[in-house]
Design a protein around this ligand. Structure first.
Ligand SMILES: CSC[C@@H](O)[C@@H](O)C(=O)COP(=O)(O)O
Length: 350
């Protein structure tokens, strides 16, 4: 199931808030619809947000009515600002928009129509490269798994959270495709249940054995020696290897350390923010308290109660066994080894 579809010059986004019950696509005829879809988590997951915003910028470019390239670029910059402000933690969003704008600024003198065409080409490149990165990550990551493995994951880092195939779930998929006996425990992931609604759905569709648990069961699961490793995705990784991911990830990492279970993070280089030296600098999105006080539209807390709703937490690098990227598996010390992986990538591009 594709989260993002560009077809016949139209953008359609799968409304993930309705899964697994209803499969419905949102038609995005203007960039406000894309921005709204990102804000309300119709499209979610760091790489998917980046690709959706890139296409959102293409849609926005079509709304700008001018033939003057300078005016066009000014208006586009403002649309990129609006799209970029929709969710603060996933760095892929800013990364994709910056890449789109940079491509235009390095294009030289072009007509407005040519600039629009370049934008679409770049959005396709971001999308296609993400799928390719996930497949590579899958190949590297699956080598860390023994032939028979029970894996715990948190939130949804699958095909739905990316342009396709998935990061953490991509590694699980790759292991399964290579004939390894993989079974998955999926944390339900309160408050919005991405684990229950999306991860377990993806695994069922794929025929990979999955068992759903509530978030507070992970400790007992580990104490019963029912899990061999943890693998999660990421929304932003800083230069020292600290990892921001869905709220609850930190708790799982602490439990994994205590139980001496490897804790892996799978993420493309577009999720690694080398401009931030540590996780304390990552902006953490706080969402509406109603997501905590309500469940499926029903109130589950007394009227007037205060609720706190940070959408992400930060797992310190010391709890991370390895970071799986499309360029290989990065081991500690992260400050040194992440720098090296970016240096190698730059050399490859020359
Ligand atoms: C491959 S995506 C990894 C993360 O983006 C994912 O684990 C996550 O935390 C998603 O959060 P969400 O709030 O659903 O966008």
């Amino acid at each position: 199931m594709d989260a993002i579809i560009w077809e016949g010059n139209r953008l359609r986004l799968l409304d993930q808030t309705k899964l697994p019950g209803t499969i419905e696509y949102i038609e995005c005829n203007d960039y406000y619809t894309v921005a709204e879809a990102i804000k309300r988590l119709s499209v979610r997951g760091a790489p998917a947000i980046g690709a959706a915003a890139a296409y959102g910028l293409v849609v926005g470019a079509g709304q700008i009515q001018t033939e003057d390239p300078k005016v066009f670029l000014e208006k586009l910059e403002s649309i990129a600002g609006e799209l970029g402000a929709t969710r603060p933690t996933a760095v892929n969003l800013r990364w994709a928009l910056d890449r789109m704008m940079l491509r235009l600024s390095s294009a030289g003198e072009k007509s407005v129509q040519e600039l629009r065409d370049i934008l679409l080409e770049e959005a396709h490149a971001i999308y296609n490269e993400d799928v390719e990165s996930n497949r590579r990550m899958g190949e590297y990551g699956q080598q860390l798994f023994p032939d028979e493995v029970r894996v715990l994951t948190h939130c949804n880092a699958g095909a739905l959270a990316t342009a396709g195939y998935g990061t953490a779930l991509g590694v699980i998929r790759a292991a399964h495709e290579r004939g390894k006996k993989v079974s998955v425990y999926a944390d339900e992931t309160r408050p919005l249940l991405q684990g229950a609604r999306l991860t377990s759905w993806e695994m069922v569709q794929e025929g990979i054995p999955v068992t759903l648990i509530t978030d507070n069961m992970a400790g007992y699961l580990m104490s019963q020696k029912m899990v061999d490793c943890v693998i999660v995705g990421a929304d932003r990784i800083t230069a020292n290897g600290d990892v921001a991911n869905k709220i609850g990830t930190y708790g799982v990492a602490v439990l994994a350390k205590y139980h001496q279970i490897p804790f892996y993070v799978a993420a493309p280089l577009s999720t690694i923010d080398m401009n931030l030296s540590s996780g304390e600098q990552i902006p953490i999105e706080e969402r509406d308290a109603r997501e905590v006080t309500h469940h499926a539209g029903q109130v589950v807390a007394p009227d007037g109660v205060k609720a706190w709703n940070p959408a992400f937490d930060v797992t310190p690098n010391g709890l991370v066994t390895a970071i799986i990227t499309e360029k290989g598996v990065v081991q500690p010390p992260y400050t040194e080894n992440l720098k090296k992986i970016f240096r190698d990538k730059k050399q490859e591009e020359v």
